[in-house]
Design a protein around this ligand. Structure first.
Ligand code: CAA
Length: 287
């Protein structure tokens, strides 16, 4: 199995949709994945979901059965921070909240090897600012995966102002070793993909809000008219409306331009707890 220089064990912090997908891709490509979350039940559910994913891969012939079984064994639950001490790389994938992320990094730094690399899967926040909250800003980098992680080919790499060349080279080799194509973005709000994608989704929500079209018309229009695999409102539900709103807020505040104003309807849905698929309700009803 290909291994990026000096990395064999990777800690994934946050056992949600993204963390689970990241652990699956790691295990598939021969890395030991330690999955950690404050909520131990989420760790168990994540491991269970990944085992199901690999079993289906084996049963449908997408992976040899033996390889699928071995991949299942490479994902291990971490139930306290010291369990992460052997990690060569940490990938943080907790919710898109700067305070929570800073706290996670401050805590994990106390148990890590001094040369372990810290990576964040943030989809919008400043890498430089997050790095500054750790004891190793030179060994800190943004590795931004796309959802669903096992399917999407891209990873964005984002250096903070202090990220050293060795960390960048190791992260790039690592991302390529798990089958991803790398694009490099400078450290600006929401980087490249979300700078373009999330305002498009926000505009689709304005299109709904202003009554230009209904949900089906907007999504069908963009699926068949622009060849997008999902319509923008379906995609917003898939990403999570809270995440979409938080990215728009980072763009609005960070770039100080009214063109990034979050649509009031998006704000209202989030306030109602209609967060998309994960809440069973967003622009569509999933109950
Ligand atoms: N995990 C693993 N595999 C998955 C999966 C998941 N969560 N979801 C789908 N798949 C796999 C399926 O098993 C299937 O695999 P095979 O081709 O080997 O059979 C394949 O993906 C296609 O799935 P389906 O046939 O079920 O459905 P589909 O053809 O409609 O594709 C989709 C589903 C891949 C999600 C597609 O709709 C799509 O590409 N949507 C757009 C996704 C997108 O834009 N993602 C980026 C979001 S933005 C982001 O992530 C950045 C951010 O920070 C917010």
């Amino acid at each position: 199995m290909p291994k990026a220089n000096k990395i064999s064990t990777v800690a994934v912090i946050g056992a949600g949709q993204m963390g689970t997908g990241i652990a699956e891709v790691l295990a598939k490509h021969g890395y030991e994945a330690l999955i950690y979350d404050l909520d131990k039940n989420r760790v168990r559910a994540s491991i269970e979901a990944s085992a199901g994913y690999f079993r289906r891969q084996g049963e449908t012939g997408k992976m040899p059965g033996e390889a699928a079984e071995q991949a299942i064994l490479r994902i291990k639950g971490a139930f306290s921070l010291p369990d992460l001490a052997s990690a060569d790389l940490v990938v943080e994938a907790v919710s898109e909240n700067e305070g929570i992320k800073r706290k996670v990094f401050a805590e994990v730094c106390t148990v890590l090897k001094p040369d372990a690399i810290l990576a964040t899967n943030t989809s919008s926040l400043s890498i430089t600012r997050l790095a500054a909250s750790t004891d190793r800003p030179n060994r800190f980098i943004g590795i931004h995966f796309m959802n669903p992680v096992p399917v999407m080919k891209l990873v964005e790499l984002v250096r903070g102002i202090g990220t050293d060349q060795e960390t960048f080279a190791t992260a790039k080799a690592f991302a390529e070793s798990i089958g991803k194509t790398v694009t490099v973005s400078e450290d600006f709000p929401a980087f490249i993909v979300n700078r373009v994608l999330i305002p498009m989704i926000n505009e689709a929500i304005y299109t709904l809000y202003e009554g230009v079209g209904n949900v089906e018309a907007i999504d069908t229009g963009m699926k068949l008219g622009a060849n997008h695999p999902m319509g923008p409102l379906e995609l917003a539900d898939f990403i999570g409306l809270d995440t979409c709103l938080s990215i728009m807020q980072v763009l609005h505040e960070g770039l100080a331009d009214s063109k990034y104003r979050p649509c009031p309807l998006l704000v209202k849905y989030v306030e109602a707890g209609w967060l998309g698929r994960k809440a069973q309700r967003g622009f569509y009803d999933y109950s």
